[in-house]
Design a protein around this ligand. Structure first.
Ligand SMILES: [Zn+2]
Length: 398
């Protein structure tokens, strides 16, 4: 009899867990999920991959977005500090917008490319995955306001004022760090043209994205912007002190501006231990370890590289953060300024390593699960999953 009642309790617990997880899935699917930064255009599409097919590489494809419950995905239009096309950065931007347009045209029953709230709502009503253009790096306007306006016409919904490289009118976080370290000299912040860029973005209804920018540029832009800003993919400096993350003062300033900070999932921006470990495995550290392996294998460089890569993976996996550590960043911002100013900008396909459990765009329900486990209200979770970003979009867009 006792054994039978144990059995019944077991069955009951199993059923309860099952229905809990079904409830959670249902809640996650009903909430509007928005992610403000994905690099699949430059990482996969330019390499010839079709995002409408199930891919066994990268972090993103249509199947995995569906599994993750994605509703609105900002696609990053990105080029690095060296242009891909001989015509320059602006041509690079247009090339990526072309590739996104073709992807949407070919899959118009499942995808919609939107430029304003009306088109977003229409796409959502038709149960399509809505894609928006985020231009990552002010260098793509090539110091020319007419090019900014042309990108606006093509559907740019935010402009990240800088990438890691500064422009002639805005200094990046990477360069401002170098100035502070004494390894670089330059004027920090926005110059007059830069301030006009912010004003023009406000007028056109395009969000000012302050991820990647230096602190001086950040505060200069906030002083000029008449609209709420976005940080499309940045995490918390006080948890993981790296140049790309934002300080408590910056978080408070975004809250005062009624903007939103969207958490970047990159392992090295989430965990300080991971950042330290990966730094120690680069440059001189890497050389020393490789040299010592080379001695052991008698100068066989192929074998050395294999052993090195296994060693490196093992070392990094030992400190790789998980879902909890990502949610720590969300909770930190909520505790500091409330639940209105944080969202998700995972940076999938833009980063080399992601946390355990958040391997690709199918894993967003795990964020919802962890927030609920911590006792966040449904209302709060909905804000974090998308409503906060939607609020900032509405405040900006025509
Ligand atoms: Zn970036």
């Amino acid at each position: 009899m006792k054994r039978f009642s144990f059995f019944l309790t077991g069955v009951f617990l199993l059923l309860a867990a099952n229905s809990n997880s079904q409830n959670l899935q249902r809640f996650h699917r009903k909430a509007t999920l928005v992610d403000t930064h994905n690099d699949a255009l430059s990482e996969l599409v330019l390499e010839g991959k079709d995002l409408a097919q199930p891919l066994n590489v990268g972090h993103s494809d249509l199947y995995r977005w569906r599994a993750g419950g994605m509703n609105i995905q900002f696609m990053s239009v990105f080029t690095g500090d060296k242009a891909r096309n001989k015509e320059g950065y602006y041509a690079d931007a247009n090339q990526e917008i072309d590739s996104l347009s073709i992807l949407v045209l070919r899959n118009h029953e499942q995808l919609a490319l939107a430029r304003n709230m009306k088109e977003i709502k229409r796409g959502m009503r038709l149960k399509k995955l809505v894609m928006l253009i985020g231009v990552e790096g002010g260098h793509m306007i090539e110091d020319d306001m007419a090019k900014l306006e042309a990108l606006a016409k093509r559907g740019m919904c935010y402009l990240t004022l800088t990438w890691n490289n500064s422009t002639s009118w805005a200094s990046s976080a990477m360069d401002e760090y170098a100035v502070d370290a004494g390894t670089k000299t330059m004027n920090k912040g926005l110059n007059e043209f830069g301030k006009n860029v912010v004003r023009r973005l406000n007028e056109l209804g395009i969000m000012v994205d302050l991820s990647h920018v230096g602190e001086k540029t950040f505060y200069d832009a906030l002083a000029v912007s008449s609209k709420p800003v976005i940080l499309s993919h940045s995490s918390v400096y006080n948890i993981c002190p790296v140049f790309r993350n934002v300080t408590d003062d910056q978080i408070r300033a975004v809250a005062a501006n009624k903007g939103v900070i969207c958490i970047n999932f990159y392992a090295g921006f989430i965990s300080a231990a991971y950042d330290q470990r990966i730094t120690s495995l680069q440059g001189e550290g890497r050389k020393q370890i490789q040299d010592s392996i080379l001695k052991v294998v008698g100068g066989d460089s192929t074998r050395m590289l294999k052993i090195w890569s296994d060693y490196r993976d093992k070392e990094l996996d030992a400190v790789r953060p998980g879902v909890k550590e990502v949610v720590d960043h969300i909770e930190y911002i909520v505790k500091l300024v409330g639940d209105d100013y944080v969202g998700l900008g995972a940076d999938y396909d833009g980063v080399t390593s992601v946390p355990i459990g958040l391997e690709d765009v199918s894993t967003y329900p795990k964020i919802t699960e962890e927030l609920m486990r911590r006792g966040f209200s449904r209302r709060s979770v909905k804000k974090i999953l998308g409503k906060n970003v939607l609020r900032v979009m509405k405040a900006n867009m025509p």
